[in-house]
Design a protein around this ligand. Structure first.
Ligand SMILES: Nc1ncnc2c1ncn2[C@@H]1O[C@H](COP(=O)(O)OP(=O)(O)OP(=O)(O)O)[C@@H](O)[C@H]1O
Ligand SMILES: O=C(O)[C@@H](O)C(=O)CO
Length: 422
């Protein structure tokens, strides 16, 4: 294994796994620390998915260090800490504290922080993060329930989370190419900076940054920053060759189903499009779960009774006002847990009912579903849309899974995803 990766949520891990695999590293993803039975002989990169984005900073540090320890003990030569392309975090963490702890563990002098992901509209200019052309603090992330992002200046955001001096490698250096970027890293480090925000507006910038990162032992960022790493590692002789991923992934025989527990704007659009297209849909109301009117058994019965040639969609996705109203009645955590637990129980029963191809929308929702299925490791298949591949379980029931971050995917995602399954 060359690259050991630690991701702060499950769909984020899948996003990074896709990028590394698409660019030529043989990549495997594990949920939490891998068991000793994971065969690493043909693996260039291992991505360990944690659920550490919004837990207390000390716990996120402890879990990330445990993952780092495992990766280093299993031969990782470089570490990559993956967080959200919208830099989801609070003044307490967890990006700063985890980056700081990993730098210390590696006894490394310098790292970068770069969540840019141009393919999904995330770019960085003069240290400010833009989401689809608007500053982060004017995007929908402004009102995120757990990590509201109200400052687009990533230097300030990160500096509030760490005592390590935060620097900037800005557009002029980045646009001048790998040599200038490497010089800028050295300049920042000589000026006492330990973490530098790095501007990037397009993939070409990220590829040049990748070349400049070849000897950097800790990288932190979104999946975009991984785009140039495989080629850079090959060119530097750290791996002998790139391995192009298969154009499709073989999926076990069986039916497909969609479980959407994400209330993000992109998912709500995808639900609407699926309804327009005539997919059978079942809406989950958290209040009905709380009252006992809706149970996993009733949802499973509904799924099983749909025509065999249709792809049924079960969704709890709702607009922000309705979600707020439900949260006021049930409490935010209880509402979330009710939905997650219901969808997880449904998912756990599905392989036994002949459903072997599951598309799940939402990071928390995906975490709950994958846990309930008992899937510990995933092989990475082809890209459906930027950030979302098909995967196939390597443990637990044999299923094809597409785990979609809430805000990823085109409006017709639920319709088109199935065509890349063999
Ligand atoms: N109708 C609803 N009312 C209240 N809470 C809901 C409702 N539907 C879903 N939830 C909860 O909202 C949370 C959605 O989080 P999830 O991470 O799955 O989606 P997301 O935030 O859109 O995705 P990502 O983390 O990938 O950006 C879950 O805890 C889910 O159970
Ligand atoms: O980087 C992203 O935007 C995603 O991989 C993610 O982490 C969303 O939760």
């Amino acid at each position: 294994m060359l690259l050991g990766c630690i991701a702060d949520d499950l769909t984020g891990a899948t996003d990074l796994s896709l990028m590394l695999s698409r660019e030529g590293l043989r990549t495997v993803q594990s949920t939490g620390l891998p068991g000793d039975d994971l065969d690493l002989t043909e693996v260039d990169a291992l991505v360990v998915a944690l659920k550490s984005r919004t837990i207390p900073a000390a716990d996120a540090v402890a879990q990330s260090l445990a993952a780092a320890e495992w990766l280093l003990a299993n031969g990782a030569q470089r570490l990559f800490f993956k967080y959200c392309s919208t830099f989801d975090s609070t003044d307490e963490g967890n990006i700063g504290p985890v980056a700081e702890a990993l730098l210390k563990r590696l006894d490394a002098g310098f790292t970068i922080a770069c969540p840019a992901f141009p393919a999904t509209g995330r770019s960085i200019y003069q240290g400010h993060l833009f989401v689809n052309g608007v500053p982060l603090n004017e995007s929908s992330m402004r009102d995120h329930p757990l990590t509201p992002m109200r400052d687009s200046d990533l230097r300030r955001v990160l500096q509030r989370q760490t005592e390590l001096p935060v620097g900037l490698v800005a557009y002029a250096d980045v646009d001048a190419g790998a040599e200038a970027i490497a010089e800028a890293f050295a300049r920042e480090q000589a000026a006492g900076k330990r973490i530098a925000i790095v501007d990037a507006l397009q993939d070409a910038h990220l590829r040049e940054i990748g070349k400049a990162l070849v000897d950097v032992r800790l990288i932190t960022g979104g999946s975009g920053i991984a785009i140039g790493l495989p080629t850079a590692y090959r060119d530097a002789g750290l791996i002998d060759r790139l391995t192009p991923p298969a154009a499709s992934i073989a999926a076990p025989e069986g039916r497909g189903a969609i479980l959407a527990g994400s209330c993000s704007a992109a998912t709500r659009g995808q639900v609407a499009k699926a309804q327009e297209a005539g997919l059978p849909t079942l809406r989950i109301d958290p209040l009905e779960i709380a009252s006992g009117k809706l149970t996993p058994a009733s949802v499973i019965e509904w799924l099983v009774s749909q025509p065999a040639d249709a792809t049924p969609l079960v969704y709890s996705s709702d607009d922000p006002d309705s979600v707020r109203a439900v949260q006021e009645k049930l409490g935010r955590d209880k509402a979330g847990t009710l939905v997650e637990d219901l969808l997880a129980s449904v998912a756990a029963a599905l392989p036994g009912k002949g459903f072997t191809r599951l598309l799940v929308a939402g990071g928390e929702t995906s975490g709950a579903v994958v846990n309930a299925l008992g899937v510990k490791a995933l092989s990475i298949g082809p890209e459906i849309d930027p950030g979302v591949p098909w995967t196939r379980s390597r443990s637990g029931p044999d299923v094809a899974l597409a785990l979609k971050s809430g805000n990823f995917g085109t409006p017709d995602f639920f319709l088109k995803a199935w065509s890349s399954l063999a």
